[in-house]
Design a binder for this molecule. Structure first.
Ligand SMILES: [Ca+2]
Length: 488
C-alpha cells in the first residue's frame, strides 16, 4: 500500500512539474582505511565474511582495476576530496597541507553549496591550510583529527555513541543511521561521507566479533613471502614496508594477524549494514547512490612486505563499488575491468549531483561505466610515492595491461631501476619483464606513457612537489639528481 501511495504521489509530482529537473540522488560515500581487496568475499577471498559488502557489490558495479594513485592515507584522502593527483594538490604527511582553494572545491563543500545536506564522520585525515578540523563546513559532524581512536569515548565528536557503540567502527554506522533519519525529514538531498578508521593499525577489532575468525586459517596468496621479492627493486626494500614483514608478524603469525585484520573489516561490514538498513527504513534507498572504497590497500605479506605506500598491486589496487539503484546497472552483479582511480571519486560524486567539475580536476566521472562496464575512462593512470625514505619514493604508470615503475634513486647499493609487470597475466607481480626480449615493445610503450605522465606532473606540480619534476624524470641521470639535493 505504501509503495502504491509513493508511486501515485510521484506521478502527481511529475505531472505538476513536467519541466522540473530530475530529482537529485542522495549520496553515501564510504571509505575504509588500509583495506586490501584480499579482505572481501566479492574480490574472490572465500575466507572473508563480508555479506553486506558482497550484497552491495552484487547490486552495484564492482571495479577490478581501481587504483589509489598515492597509497597513503593523507595524500589519497586529499585526492579523493579534490579529484587531483598528489603532485597537483600537494597534501601529504610532512610535505604540505591542502590549500583553501582546493578544499573549497572539494566534493562535500561543492555539494553543500549546491543545496545538499552534508554529514561527515570518522577519520578526516587531511591537514587543511589555516585551520584545524572543518566541523563547521558540514551540517552534521562526527569527524576527528589525526588517526582518531578505535575507542569511541576518545573521539570528541562521537561521544554520544560511546555507551552503545564503544568501538568506533559501529559508532560510525550509528552516526550514518541517525544522519539519514534526520536528513530525510528535510526537503533537500543529502551527502553522507563516512571514513572508517578500520582496518588501519593498531589492530584492535571490536571484541564482540572475536568469534567470527577464531582459529581461522587463511589461504596464503601465491606471492606471499620474501622468496617472491628477489626480482623486485632494492629501493622498495629500504623503507619500513620491508621491516614490517617481521615486526608486524606476517612472517611468524600470518593467521593471527589476518584474523584481526579481517575482524576489523567485519566490523565495517556490519556498520555498512546499519547504514543500508537505515536507507531502507527511511524509504530513500531507491534514490541513494552508495559508493564504497578504501584510501589505500595493504601488502599483508605479499613479497615479504607489510603496510602500504609501494606501488605494488596489494598496496595500490583497492575495492571500489558503485550502486546506483536508479540505474539499469543495478542488481546485475556487474563488474568493470576499466582502469579507474581515486582521482575519479570527486568527479563522479559531482556528476551524480548534476554539478560540473571545477577547473584543474584530473579525474573523470565513472558514471559512463555504469552504462557500459566494458568501456574505458582512462588509457593510463599515474601512481606515485612521495613519502618516506627517498629510495622508496617513485613514480609509475599503469594501464589495463601493464604497470611500469621507475625507481629513480641510485647510490652505493643500487642503481636506478625499472620494473614492468603484465597486469593481464601476472597480477601477483611475480615476473619483472624489463629484461624480457619478448616484451621490448611493451617496455618502450610504457616508457613513453611514463614520459607523458611526467609531462603532466611537470605542468601541474605545486611548489612543494616541483622537486619531482627532476627526481622522477627517467632521462636525468642519478648523478645529476644526487648532486642537487641534500641527503634524504
Ligand atoms: Ca590509509
Amino acid at each position: 500500500m505504501k509503495l502504491i501511495y509513493r508511486y501515485f504521489f510521484s506521478f502527481i509530482l511529475c505531472g505538476s512539474a513536467m519541466n522540473a529537473a530530475p530529482k537529485r540522488p542522495n549520496i553515501v560515500f564510504l571509505l575504509a582505511d588500509d583495506q586490501a581487496t584480499i579482505s572481501m568475499g566479492c574480490y574472490g577471498n572465500r575466507d572473508a565474511l563480508t555479506p553486506n559488502l558482497d550484497g552491495l557489490s552484487a547490486r552495484g558495479v564492482t571495479f577490478d582495476n581501481h587504483y589509489d594513485t598515492t597509497a597513503i592515507c593523507m595524500a589519497s584522502r586529499a585526492t579523493i576530496l579534490t579529484g587531483k593527483y598528489e603532485y597537483a594538490h600537494g597534501c601529504n604527511f610532512t610535505r604540505g597541507k591542502l590549500s583553501k582553494r582546493d578544499f573549497t572545491n572539494s566534493y562535500p563543500l561543492l555539494l553543500r553549496k549546491a543545496g545538499y545536506m552534508t554529514g561527515f564522520a570518522g577519520k578526516f585525515g587531511v591537514d587543511l591550510e589555516g585551520r584545524n578540523l572543518p566541523s563547521g563546513e558540514f551540517d552534521r559532524w562526527g569527524g576527528g583529527p589525526g588517526q582518531t581512536s578505535y575507542a569511541t569515548a576518545k573521539n570528541a565528536s562521537m561521544k554520544a555513541y560511546k555507551e552503545k557503540f564503544p568501538h568506533s567502527t559501529l559508532s560510525y554506522g550509528a552516526f550514518g543511521r541517525d544522519f539519514i533519519r534526520s536528513a530525510t525529514k528535510a526537503s533537500q538531498p543529502f551527502c553522507l561521507s563516512i571514513s572508517f578508521k578500520a582496518p588501519h593499525m593498531p589492530d584492535t577489532p571490536d571484541p564482540q566479533f572475536d568469534k567470527v575468525y577464531k582459529e581461522k586459517v587463511f589461504k596464503r596468496p601465491a606471492n606471499f613471502g620474501r622468496e617472491y621479492a628477489t626480482h623486485l627493486s632494492q629501493q622498495s626494500k629500504q623503507g619500513r614496508q620491508w621491516e614490517r614483514w617481521q615486526s608486524w608478524k606476517y612472517s611468524s603469525d600470518y593467521d593471527g594477524v589476518m584474523r584481526k585484520y579481517h575482524q576489523l573489516v567485519y566490523g565495517i561490514d556490519r556498520a555498512v549494514g546499519m547504514i543500508l538498513q537505515a536507507l531502507e527504513d527511511n524509504e530513500v534507498a531507491e534514490n541513494t547512490v552508495v559508493i564504497y572504497t578504501s584510501d589505500n590497500g595493504f601488502l599483508c605479506g605479499a613479497h615479504g612486505y607489510g603496510s602500504k605506500v609501494l606501488p605494488y598491486e596489494e598496496s595500490v589496487r583497492v575495492p571500489m563499488i558503485i550502486h546506483d539503484p536508479r540505474h539499469v546497472s543495478a542488481g546485475r552483479k556487474l563488474r568493470s575491468a576499466a582502469l579507474t582511480g581515486n582521482i575519479d571519486i570527486a568527479p563522479t560524486i559531482l556528476a551524480l549531483a548534476g554539478l560540473r567539475s571545477p577547473a584543474g580536476i584530473q579525474g573523470r566521472s565513472l558514471l559512463p561505466l555504469l552504462d557500459d562496464p566494458r568501456g574505458k575512462i582512462h588509457q593510463q593512470l599515474s601512481l606515485m610515492n612521495c613519502w618516506g625514505p627517498m629510495p622508496t619514493q617513485c613514480f609509475a604508470v599503469v594501464t589495463e595491461k601493464w604497470k611500469y615503475i621507475y625507481w629513480y634513486h641510485g647510490g652505493e647499493k643500487m642503481d636506478p631501476a625499472e620494473e614492468l609487470f603484465n597486469m593481464e597475466t601476472d597480477r601477483l607481480e611475480l615476473s619483472n619483464c624489463v629484461k624480457n626480449p619478448a616484451q621490448v615493445t611493451a617496455l618502450n610503450e610504457m616508457r613513453k606513457r611514463y614520459d607523458t605522465a611526467m609531462d603532466h606532473l611537470k605542468k601541474a606540480a605545486v611548489n612543494n612537489h616541483r622537486v619531482y619534476s627532476k627526481l622522477f624524470d627517467r632521462t636525468v641521470p642519478w648523478k645529476e639528481k644526487a648532486g642537487g639535493r641534500k641527503k634524504g
